[in-house]
Write a protein that binds this ligand. Structure first.
Ligand code: RIB
Length: 305
């Protein structure tokens, strides 16, 4: 009985405009090309979990439209168990309008569509086993996350929360979260403290603040500045692998999938963090979100493991 990652989250079609520079407010610019990529933080994390080595089940919502069909087919080709994905009538599949500039930075507008429609409880055809990992992000409503995390804890599974895009964390979700994974902006918003990516002290102070609120493990992803984490009161820093980034969309999701896959394969937290870090460093050298996620063999290759 192999433990699995269960990802509850968004499934989006990313419509990506590649531009020299992001347009300023009120400005019109020409882009170079437009591409369609499978995306959504939930789906990206599921793809990353699977490509990086663990059995993966997705719980999500799509519409009965062409994007939904393509995205479901994509997840199935990846070998993800889609038992928890429901197709809903009269609502569109989630879309994300992404702009990626020549310096690899992105800005994203998400239209949630089906991702915001969760009337039912946790799907009865999905079973959670002790030792599974349940991952959630903030592109779906709190009620769906709460149901899944309650079920996870009752079954002896661990919960990972990626509060992106940021909103306040409800007290019950806070109490059900084992591990918090967030970037510097989300860290600043949640802690209410100033976070400067060039100042280790400010990052650890803000992460410590979250630990004092009750999180035992807080992992901060800092892009090219690497990763800082606090686990049971101990601080760790992991440097990023220097690469030529062309598109950072989905890098955080790739990291989280690698972390989960590493933990499920029996690695300790630091080893699993290094696996996720290496996977993310490859993903930023390629276009798109899910399409940029490497396989476990590619990661072993660059790590020499
Ligand atoms: O984290 C990246 C993702 O955020 C994109 O794939 C986009 O769909 C948005 O959800």
């Amino acid at each position: 009985n192999v433990n699995k990652a269960i990802v509850i989250g968004s499934i989006n079609m990313d419509i990506v405009a590649f531009v020299k520079e992001h347009p300023k407010v009120g400005e019109t610019v020409f882009g170079r090309e437009v591409k369609y990529f499978p995306g959504g933080k939930g789906s990206n994390q599921a793809v990353a979990c699977k490509r990086l080595g663990c059995a993966t089940l997705m719980i999500g919502r799509i519409g009965e439209d062409a994007f939904g069909e393509q995205l479901l087919a994509f997840q199935q080709q990846e070998g993800i168990d889609t038992e928890g994905v429901r197709r809903l009538q009269n609502v569109s599949t989630g879309t994300a309008f992404v702009t990626v500039s020549d310096n690899s930075e992105n800005s994203i507008v998400v239209i949630p569509g089906a991702n915001s429609v969760w009337e039912d409880e946790f799907p009865d055809n999905v079973s959670i086993e002790a030792g599974d990992l349940v991952l959630a992000q903030f592109e779906i409503p709190d009620a769906a996350i709460r149901n899944a995390f309650e079920k996870a804890k009752a079954c002896g599974a661990k919960t990972l929360l990626n509060p992106a895009p940021i909103r306040p964390i409800e007290p019950d979700i806070h109490n059900l979260t084992d591990m918090l994974i967030l970037n510097e902006h989300e860290l600043a918003a949640l802690s209410g403290l100033t976070v400067d990516v060039d100042s280790t002290a400010t990052i650890f102070a803000a992460a410590e603040h979250l630990c004092n609120l009750g999180y035992r493990t807080v992992i901060v992803t800092l892009g090219a500045k690497g990763i800082k984490l606090i686990h049971h009161g101990n601080r760790h820093s992991i440097t990023a692998r220097p690469v030529m980034a062309i598109d950072t969309t989905g890098a955080g999701d790739t990291f989280i999938g690698g972390l989960a896959a590493g933990l499920l394969s029996g690695m300790d937290l630091l080893e699993a963090t290094k696996l996720g870090n290496a996977a993310a460093s490859i993903s930023v050298t390629r276009q798109g979100a899910a399409s940029s996620i490497p396989t476990i063999d590619e990661v072993h290759n660059i790590l020499g493991t």
